[in-house]
Write a protein that binds this ligand. Structure first.
Ligand code: ADP
Ligand code: TRP
Length: 333
């Protein structure tokens, strides 16, 4: 039997998980674990490069783990862990720091965007963020990395670092590829020009939002945006995108088709579309809320999952790190 390809991806624990994150990342992770050798982690160290509060961070790490599990990631199928629990990530990043040209890092879009956003906190971690990400990926010799468009530059950086390493110390790391299947981009409910994001509180529906909150958020969704004649306004298109994802599966049904037809013949009532979509979201995420309630009660089980995941990841990471140590000329103790 041929060896399964390796998939690695991380999500920063920096706020509530929303339906955009779910469609753009988590939902795909859950599918991938059936087919690949998967490493999914909570990128807590990366998230320290942004402004944050320590107490909130601790909770966000646990909440992200709960979101992973509630969405269907299974510790029996995937290696699920917290980045900071596996020290080799930082250790390998240091070696990579010595190989990475500063000017390559300075041209990264995310670095420029974040520096503009947090002018008073342009820390070195923001600059070397892609170096740690390269370590996350190469420690497990990933073949594919499921990420959104915004992360493509960081994958290219990973490949640059791998090449530099190979040129200097001999062929060792192989190229990684982005895994992007039908990348969906869900837009903000309040400003459909921007993407749905946890940094804009009104913009998103959380995967654990209570029914009443979902109804309220959807009722406020913006539909009256300008669009060139003949084109669907962005806010409306966004609601249709969500309908397509959440309205009918798995039972089937024709909610999407019904509203699509009404849109075309001009009889559509957006209040009805919004309330039907709200009910679909409530139904779709009901099992997520139930699993979260169970998981929140069982802190011991969560600790055990974190610990076992870290041990599994550590074993693989340590093997790579030892081999790197040898190659770069350090003395293993
Ligand atoms: P946020 O903007 O909410 O802080 P992140 O930048 O932390 O989200 O992204 C976490 C993951 O979710 C990434 O894989 C990203 O591609 C995906 N993602 C974030 N927002 C959206 C969105 N609006 N639509 C689709 N995918 C998204
Ligand atoms: N930078 C990614 C993001 O913001 C998170 C991340 C950290 C990641 N390390 C990674 C993603 C390694 C894929 C692989 O979404």
């Amino acid at each position: 039997m041929s060896k399964k390809e390796v998939i690695v991806s991380g999500i920063q624990p920096s706020g509530e998980m929303h339906i955009g994150n779910y469609l753009g990342a988590l939902k795909d992770f859950v599918k991938l674990q059936e087919e690949f050798e998967c490493y999914f982690f909570i990128a807590d160290l990366h998230s320290l490069t942004e402004d944050y509060s320590p107490e909130e961070k601790r909770q966000q790490i646990t909440d992200t783990l709960i979101a992973f599990l509630a969405a269907g990631l299974d510790p029996q199928k995937s290696t699920i862990f917290v980045q900071s629990h596996v020290p080799a990530h930082v250790e390998l990043a240091w070696i990579f720091n010595t190989l990475t040209p500063i000017n390559e890092l300075e041209r990264m879009t995310q670095y420029k965007d974040k520096s503009a956003k947090q002018k008073k906190n342009i820390n070195v971690g923001l600059l070397t963020y892609p170096v740690l990400q390269a370590a996350d990926i190469l420690l497990y010799h990933a073949d594919q990395v499921p990420v959104g468009h915004d992360q493509i530059q960081h994958l290219e950086m990973t490949n640059i670092i791998a090449k530099k390493f190979n040129n200097k110390y001999g062929e060792y790391f192989h190229e990684v590829k982005a895994h992007m299947k039908d990348p969906v981009r869900i837009m903000s409910l309040t400003d459909p020009e921007k993407k749905m994001s946890k940094s804009e509180p009104g913009s998103y529906v959380g995967i654990f939002d209570e029914p009443e909150i979902i109804r309220k958020k959807l009722a406020k969704a913006v539909t009256a945006t300008d669009a060139p004649t003949g084109e669907m306004p962005k806010g409306v298109k966004n609601l249709f995108d969500l309908l397509k994802e959440f309205a009918d599966p798995p039972a089937g049904g024709n909610t999407f088709d019904k509203f699509d037809k009404q849109y075309k013949d001009g009889s559509i009532k957006y209040s009805e579309l919004k309330s039907d979509l709200a009910e679909s979201l409530i139904t779709y995420f009901a099992p997520f809320r139930a699993r979260r309630a169970e998981l929140t009660k069982d802190t011991e089980a969560l600790t055990k999952i974190m610990k076992e995941g870290a041990e599994k990841a550590h074993t693989v990471a340590l093997k790579t790190y030892k081999e790197v140590y040898e190659k770069v000329g350090l003395v293993w103790s």
